[in-house]
Design a protein around this ligand. Structure first.
Ligand SMILES: [Zn+2]
Length: 478
């Protein structure tokens, strides 16, 4: 059977199972590394489907692999399923209303859909491998804690993706497109200062202020900004200011820094200079400084060949087929959940993407009904994701599908509110179909995988310096 027909038929046949998986994970809404019910459900449904599942990989109890088929080539599908704190929201509801029950957390980034759409892709690729035994292997990687725990970074470091020839993934969004932009690499670091307490009036000469050190570090870093690349970002938060009594010289302090830049090596360079500034602050104040790397992410490198295959597959499958009911709900989301100011900002976005002549039409039907053309413009999105680390160890491509109303931002209750609607279900199934068809095309044409590998080698040199050193394990309980 033709690849597309097989993919569409399989996903149609399994629709109920895929949607139910997504909706149950939406209800579980478990945050990073606590996705126990979620991971157990994945294991159950994947084993029922004949996948061989290994749970608890790379030192993370809720990380897993589920494979089907045998031998090379190997196509990897990356699934996420963690929720966000405090974003519990009733699905389909256009006012802020936490879901029933006492779980405060919710799927404000749509990862319930992300995982289940990837599951749909795995089922359709399995159907192909059943018809074409010996053509290769599909592995669904259950990647925990994208939001806070760098799950894929640890998996990449531990060699979990070592056998994969190409990886595909997706993310819920308000547009249908293959992602050609990169994301920023980062590190997250705690700087701690230890001083000497004393009476701030009676014996200040005996004190050494850790709070002064933290403040001087911030001053130094703010001067440093002038002399680093403009694309870099440094942000900080005071985690410990010593105490609350002004008449005590503060004996301890801690500042939490994020350092971001377009490439991982640039982050490492700036990181060293920030450490120098912290050392300088300690020297100026006679305090001691220690620092602790908390986490890190690499920039995302979209693979040109795999992205082109994914684009072709996405166009062949087509955008989600929304109906009048979906458009009506989207219009309500657009008008009822935006302030006048937000609506104006969304109109600007609409004009920018679709042109002023389509503004009225998009406002009336605010769901993306096309697959955007592949556009390589070297763009960088100013966030960070652990898909970046995956892309450093294997040729990787990802798409976004319109699971939400145009202009809906990630990490909001509005995004969570879309999570179990028909809009989201349709886009999730479309994403699964497009990934499956791309995966099949890659299995059918090993020369594309060879080309993808050459591109990946040219871009990375075949080496990966994980931003999280080996001695730092996953932060399972923090
Ligand atoms: Zn996300």
């Amino acid at each position: 059977m033709d690849g597309k027909a097989l993919v569409v038929r399989t996903v149609e046949e399994k629709r109920e199972q895929i949607v139910s998986l997504s909706d149950r994970v939406f209800e579980f809404a478990e945050i990073g590394f606590r996705e126990f019910k979620t991971a157990a459900l994945y294991k159950e449904v994947l084993e029922q489907e004949g996948f061989s599942v290994t749970m608890g990989i790379a030192g993370m109890p809720t990380a897993f692999t589920a494979s089907y088929g045998e031998g090379k080539p190997v196509i990897g599908l990356l699934a996420e399923y963690d929720a966000l704190p405090e974003l519990s929201q009733e699905g389909g509801c256009t006012v802020r209303k936490p879901a029933a029950g006492d779980n405060p957390d919710g799927h404000g980034c749509g990862h319930n859909l992300l995982g289940a759409g990837t599951f749909a892709a795995a089922l359709a690729m399995k159907a192909y491998l059943m018809e074409n035994p010996g053509k290769g292997t599909v592995i669904l990687f259950g990647c925990p804690s994208e939001e806070k725990g760098n799950g894929k970074t640890i998996m990449a470091r531990e060699g979990i993706f070592a056998d994969v020839d190409a990886a595909l993934t997706w993310h819920p969004d308000c547009v249908n497109e293959v992602i050609t932009y990169s994301t920023l690499a980062n590190v997250s670091v705690f700087f701690r200062f230890k001083g000497v307490t004393s009476h701030a009036a009676a014996a200040p000469e005996q004190g050494r202020s850790a709070l002064d050190a933290a403040e001087l570090m911030s001053v130094g870093v703010n001067y440093l900004r002038e002399h680093i690349i403009p694309e870099a970002r440094i942000h900080y938060a005071y985690r410990d200011v010593g105490g609350i009594a002004p008449n005590v010289v503060q004996g301890h302090s801690c500042v939490h820094y994020y350092i971001r830049a377009p490439k991982a090596w640039q982050v490492q360079e700036i990181y060293k200079r920030v450490v120098d500034v912290a050392e300088g602050a300690a020297k100026m104040t006679g305090t001691e400084m220690t620092y602790e790397l908390y986490g890190g992410l690499s920039d995302y490198i979209p693979n040109p060949t795999v992205s082109a295959v994914l684009q072709e597959a996405f166009e062949e499958i087509g955008a989600p087929a929304f109906d009048a009911e979906d458009f009506a709900l989207a219009k309500r989301f657009l008008t009822e959940t935006s302030t006048a100011e937000e609506l104006e900002a969304k109109k600007v976005q609409i004009r920018k993407r679709f042109g002023a002549e389509r503004e009225a039409e998009i406002l009336e039907r605010p769901l993306h009904t096309e697959v955007a053309p592949l556009a390589w413009n070297g763009g960088i999105e100013a966030g960070s994701t652990d898909v970046g680390d995956a892309s450093y160890v294997m040729p990787t491509a990802q798409l976004t599908a319109a699971t939400s109303t145009f202009g809906t931002a990630a990490h909001t209750w509005q995004m969570a509110a879309h999570g179990n609607t028909e809009i989201a279900h349709k886009a999730m199934l479309t994403a699964g179909e497009a990934m499956a068809l791309a995966g099949i095309r890659l299995l059918e044409r090993p020369e594309l995988l060879k080309k993808a590998h050459e591109e990946w080698l040219a871009e990375t040199g075949g080496t990966y310096d994980c931003p999280i050193p080996k001695e730092i394990g996953p932060r399972l309980t923090e």
